[in-house]
Design a protein around this ligand. Structure first.
Ligand code: HXC
Length: 515
């Protein structure tokens, strides 16, 4: 063959492979509202930056006449490219080829790109759209999953791992996304479950649709398996691009800095957001927006456990992770889910050198039989563990209530916050005035001629004495009581001071967090 013939031959082979599962399967994919795997990669990555590898890999199936079948790319596309000009490794399962099912070589392609990501220390993005283990390849498919899970675990805390669920992700296949840092889902497209509706019907006699069992909203709102929810694939890709702009490529780097921008102070004025009445709720996200650069707050887990708010923003161009109680929902209490949500986010930030800013306003842990039986002790302990373990700069601002265990858990000095600031509206005490007065003054109230009047008087006395920041400040548990409008200035200043912070931790193989 001449050089020209060889080049034509390559072109023909590539064109053949690019057809994926063929016209009919592609039409079906598009008719079901999904992009094709290649369209997805090209929509997500910077234009013309995708470089594909292992296009000509052949599947290894021999049973059930599989050896007679041509499965282009073995149902998965792998390669490298850029997002915001930064490098990433990526794979996208191609549902048009044998339902994107995972056979031996399909898994090999994925583990190879995972190994690249680890070696090159760049983020890994996996787009999942698959019927799961390729049934015809038996135990080799299971082995493939095992190899992926192992690598997910090794890569955890070394490179950011992002999973995008853009189709079915069923059976044990769900555990790769579950082991990664961020899971993205899209309305009506994502379906995630361990056992599908058919099995549930057979075993339990219960009927449920795929959407109600493991659709996007279910995972974004109820299970918390998904961190980001989008209405369309396009919106989902925009979210991923934004996330990548906030986080570093790996655990040896810090996130890229951006030109600093003032908050949108006309829209987000602390005086307007923060209520005069201490009992009234407010949206803590508006407080974050009144503090951070350009009022641009990128929320993680927005729809799940909304009594705590976590997400990324920038202060003077530098990425920080905000963790804030949300007085709008359940008065911002810590409960089973909000503890899990906060602890996981804190650990991500700590692993990837992202300073933490904690805004405190909570009455404590949520009381109740449900919570106790759901393990609020075990789950709540995760917050204590995560904050205590974190060695990134830790800045805390107490806005209003910081009662009981909530005060300690929300990154107090005792868990080694570097700086704790309090607004003059802060109330730092063992418990709220009402509860405290009812306990310590019970006899006095009951024996009084006018118990109601006495209760009110004693509650007020307690409030005057303890429900303020000055008792804690007197012991040095609060470093400075600050004007709310000075918050950004104090945070930026202390971030700069903490830039070269190094904190030694005891030598050990690893801790044993209350998983
Ligand atoms: C081999 C598969 C496959 C699989 C789908 N296909 N799943 N081939 N192994 N797991 C093939 C189909 O045979 C079909 O091939 C093509 O992909 C498209 O599938 P359809 O069924 O036509 O698509 P759709 O109607 O959209 O249904 C999608 C689906 C369904 C809901 C995902 O395909 C399905 O239920 N698949 C099986 C899911 C499953 O039980 N997987 C195993 C889970 S156990 P043709 O040639 O007809 O086009 C597991 C264990 C992992 O994953 C354990 C890890 C620890």
């Amino acid at each position: 063959m001449s050089l020209r013939q060889k080049r034509n031959d390559l072109k023909k082979r590539m064109q053949e492979a690019f057809k994926g599962g063929g016209e009919q399967a592609t039409e079906k994919q598009i008719a079901s509202g999904k992009m094709t795997a290649r369209e997805r990669i090209n929509s997500l990555l910077d234009a013309d930056t995708f470089h594909e590898y292992d296009l000509f890999v052949k599947h290894a199936g021999v049973d059930f006449d599989m050896d007679k079948k041509y499965l282009p790319g073995d149902g998965v596309i792998t390669g490298t490219g850029n997002i915001n000009s930064w490098p990433v490794c990526i794979f996208a399962q191609d549902f048009t080829v044998a339902g994107g099912s995972l056979g031996y070589m399909h898994a090999k392609k994925i583990t190879k790109i995972m190994d690249h990501a680890m070696k090159m220390k760049v983020p890994l993005i996996g787009i999942n759209d698959s019927g799961g283990a390729r049934i015809q390849e038996g135990v080799n498919s299971l082995a493939g999953y095992g190899e992926i899970f192992y690598r997910n675990t090794q890569a955890s805390g070394v490179i950011p791992q992002i999973s995008v669920i853009l189709g079915p992700c069923a059976g044990g296949a769900v555990y790769s996304p579950a082991l990664t840092d961020f899971v993205f889902v899209v309305d009506k497209i994502s379906k995630m479950f361990i056992t599908g509706p058919e099995v549930i019907k057979t075993v339990l006699g219960e009927e449920i649709s795929m959407e109600d069992l493991g659709g996007a909203r279910v995972h974004a709102e109820i299970t918390g398996n998904a961190h980001f929810y989008a209405e369309s694939e396009k919106e989902c890709f925009e979210q991923i691009k934004k996330l990548v702009s906030f986080i570093p490529w790996n655990n040896e780097k810090t996130a890229e800095t951006f030109p600093k921008k003032a908050p949108k102070s006309r829209q987000y004025k602390i005086d307007h957001i923060f209520p005069v009445n201490q009992m009234e709720p407010y949206d803590v996200r508006d407080i974050i927006k009144s503090i951070c650069d350009d009022s641009d707050f990128f929320e993680v887990h927005q729809l799940w456990a909304a009594n705590i708010v976590v997400g990324f923003a920038r202060l003077d161009g530098q990425t920080v992770g905000f963790v804030a109680n949300q007085p709008l929902v359940l008065a911002g209490v810590l409960d089973v889910d909000s503890s899990d949500k906060a602890a996981r986010f804190i650990r991500f930030c700590d692993a990837f050198n992202i300073p933490l800013v904690t805004l405190v306003d909570l009455p404590g842990y949520l009381p109740g039989v449900d919570q106790e039986h759901a393990g609020v002790i075990r789950h709540g302990a995760k917050v204590l563990y995560a904050y205590s373990e974190a060695t990134v700069p830790k800045l805390t601002v107490i806005l209003r209530k910081a009662y009981g265990g909530g005060y300690i858990a929300m990154c107090s000095h005792h868990l080694r916050a570097d700086f704790v600031f309090a607004w003059p509206t802060a109330e730092i005490a063992v418990m709220g005035p009402e509860g405290a007065a009812n306990i310590i003054f019970r006899n006095e109230i009951n024996s009084s001629d006018n118990p109601e009047e006495t209760r009110k008087k004693l509650i007020n006395e307690y409030r005057q004495k303890f429900a303020n920041p000055y008792v804690a400040a007197a012991y040095g548990y609060v470093d400075a009581v600050i004007e709310p409008t000075e918050t950004r200035d104090f945070l930026v200043h202390s971030l700069n001071i903490a830039e070269h912070k190094r904190e030694a931790t005891p030598k050990k193989k690893h801790g044993i967090p209350p998983f």
